[in-house]
Design a protein around this ligand. Structure first.
Ligand code: ADP
Ligand code: ASP
Ligand code: MG
Length: 412
């Protein structure tokens, strides 16, 4: 039997009615002759609540226990989805990550899937089960402990299952009807893209467009998974949603095809560190060991052998970063006069494959922001993206004015 993977995000399973609605869609695919693997997220808001409880209990938590707590939301929806399907007369059962097993690395809270042996689920399909409902976001470490795949990780579970089972398609059902030129919740002028290349989707995702988790796009690209993003609230149709596909299959050739943002950034500055060989390693080594995901980095001009070093990281890692750097200072590995955390910043990025061949994109971006009176604090570029760190209060204004400047509302 051909296999289909259908993933339902938090809003699509937020109530019992919505679970029923999603289950009906699954029933339609079963009726077409598919064996279906359904990946579910926790009910919307649930994971945030669980993360909040962990933070309140233990701010610098043990990530193994964080995973034990935050993985639990998906257990509930997996069981409820299986029950709903059974009530409809569809042979279904639920699986938690460890039962499959979804084997991951031991990097708790941010684990990577290493292997999904298909035998357990395949043998149930062979016995006549039509739907395997799998709790997304979860796995099991080599030590046998529950892991999670990072926020938004159910997308990655879905794509990994599609690859492991050689599925015909991986459909990601969410609360918007596809991938847009920017977050439709920020700009009413956002346009839905019929298709988007893996590379552009990868950049958009890694720069904050949370419609797909970055690793899910990486996996889809590597294993050639046919990936579609669509709404669980619209009537089913073959044309629905956005197809994420190879570059040759996309028609667009604009310099910029999307604007992404990440709201929860922090800018950390080490004031007056000794400018000597090895200083970057002495700073960023301990940060990496503490699990801080450093993004942008700038080292200022050095005066009399001392310099300021600035970097950005997610806002919820500021405490860890401070602890790591102060620890390194106490050990005498680095010295600095002050460590300043600016937690009122966000990152806004323009993404487009067309940037490779068209110049002037950065200039236009900077001019647009300057016309709006927005000060740029840090800049980072790659072949197909330009990112800036700015004050968070300008996030919406920056996204909307860049969307206008690059004429994205004209996207067909
Ligand atoms: P789910 O719970 O279904 O996984 P998410 O909240 O993780 O849903 O992702 C969907 C959300 O992603 C949308 O509601 C939208 O606000 C946001 N988003 C950000 N950028 C984009 C974009 N370029 N296109 C579509 N949605 C986007
Ligand atoms: N429930 C998890 C989260 O909110 C995983 C997911 O929804 O993809 O991050
Ligand atoms: Mg998501």
């Amino acid at each position: 039997m051909p296999v289909l993977v259908m993933k339902f995000g938090g809003t699509s399973v937020a109530t019992l009615d919505r679970i029923k609605r999603a289950a009906k869609r699954v029933g339609l695919e079963v009726a077409k002759g598919y064996d279906v693997i359904v990946i579910v997220s926790a009910m919307s808001g649930k994971t945030n609540e669980l993360v909040g409880w962990v933070n309140e209990t233990s701010p610098l938590y043990d990530a193994r226990e964080y995973d034990a707590v935050v993985s639990s939301g998906e257990n509930v929806t997996a069981g409820l989805m299986a029950l709903t399907l059974q009530e409809m007369g569809v042979p279904a059962r639920s699986w938690q990550g460890w039962q499959v097993p979804v084997k991951t690395t031991a990097a708790h809270a941010n684990a990577r899937i290493e292997d999904i042996p298909p035998e357990n689920i395949s043998s149930k399909f062979a016995e006549g089960m039509k739907v395997a409902v799998v709790a997304g976001f979860q796995g099991i470490s080599p030590e046998g402990r529950i892991t999670t795949l990072g926020r938004g990780g159910s997308d990655t579970t879905a794509v990994a299952f599609a690859a492991a089972f050689d599925a015909d398609r991986c459909d990601i059902y969410t609360d918007v009807d596809g991938v847009y030129t920017t977050d439709p919740r920020i700009s009413q002028k956002a346009r839905k893209l019929h298709k988007i290349s893996f590379e552009e989707m990868l950049e958009l995702a890694s720069l904050g467009a949370k419609v797909l988790q970055t690793r899910s796009v990486e996996l889809a690209m590597r294993y050639k998974v046919k990936l579609r993003v669509l709404s669980s609230f619209e009537e089913p149709s073959d044309e629905a949603g956005t197809l994420v596909c190879d570059e040759e299959d996309t028609m667009e050739n604009r310099p910029v095809s999307g604007i992404a943002y990440s709201r929860d950034e922090a800018k950390m500055t080490l004031i007056s560190v000794a400018d000597r060989p090895g200083i970057a390693a002495a700073i960023f080594g301990p940060l990496s060991e503490a699990g801080v995901n450093v993004d942008m980095i700038i080292q200022n001009i050095s005066e009399e052998g001392r310099t300021d070093m600035t970097f950005s990281c997610p806002i919820d890692q500021v405490l860890r970063a401070q602890k790591a750097l102060n620890g390194a200072k106490e050990k005498g590995d680095i010295n600095f006069h002050d460590l300043i955390a600016d937690t009122d910043v966000c990152k806004v990025s323009a993404v487009g494959i067309g940037m490779r061949s068209q110049s002037g994109v950065a200039a236009k971006m900077f001019k647009t922001l300057s016309d709006e009176g927005i000060n740029i604090k840090v800049i980072a570029t790659s072949e197909i993206k330009i990112s800036v760190l700015i004050d968070r209060k300008y996030l919406e204004l920056a996204v909307q004015s860049l969307h206008d400047a690059f004429e994205l509302e004209k996207t067909a």
